[in-house]
Write a protein that binds this ligand. Sequence first.
Ligand code: ADP
Ligand code: MG
Length: 247
Amino acid sequence: MNSSTEAALITGSSALLCNPAFNAVTGDWLDPGFWGDRARLVASGGRGGAWYISASEGEFVLRRYLRGGLVARLSRASYVFTGFNNTRSLREFRLLLQLRARGLPVPEPVAALARRSGLLFWQGAILLRRIPRAHPLPESPALGEVDLWSRVGELVRRFHDAGLDHADLNCDNILEAGEDLWLIDFDRCRLRPGSGPQARWKQSNLRRLRRSVAKRCRVLPPERQEELWQQLLQAYAASGGQPGRPL
Ligand SMILES: Nc1ncnc2c1ncn2[C@@H]1O[C@H](COP(=O)(O)OP(=O)(O)O)[C@@H](O)[C@H]1O
Ligand SMILES: [Mg+2]
């Protein structure tokens, strides 16, 4: 990986990747306890493992990797270790850098940590720059407006044209900040370059988003939801050929 965009500190038991723009980062920064009352749990939109951090260096979001479902009963935070470069925290950090290099609107990664836990497992976290004044889509003041849904269609299309298969394309992973829209939460996402416009993964991303709209945008009556969804699809179909602007 390009050493001008990440600094790595790897020992036998942990790996810390840092954005060189934040040279004060230490492993502690990835621990919510380190921040005391400067860390505040994110109340809505996620799975409960994310904090807003107010540091003198800036406003951040810290997220631990947690799993849901049945395996969560064994351990919510440990995963089988197969090498630091395969850990979800390091992969997400590097993917964010790649997406940003293509001019796509994703948060700037600050640091990512993977720490071995026992012989078999690892635990990890990622620290991101917080997007100011952002609302998850269901909480957007513009939720009922056609223009917002057209812009979401264009946004998803830009990422798809860049080959980004989002593993969890839901409404809460789309943030609205006034004129700007952002995509977040790239855990387990991957680039699939060279996919055609009808690739199955693209359709499957869109189906997932449609289900999330039905579940999370209930303030809109179902008929209105469907109209706005059609608007999104139209904008998605009409806006090809602009995968990423240069920064
Ligand atoms: N960079 C960011 N800037 C502002 N808010 C964020 C940012 N990243 C996450 N959030 C907020 O935290 C919530 C949870 O984060 P997310 O990355 O989606 O993790 P998860 O869904 O796994 O809990 C998001 O829905 C959003 O409200
Ligand atoms: Mg999310």
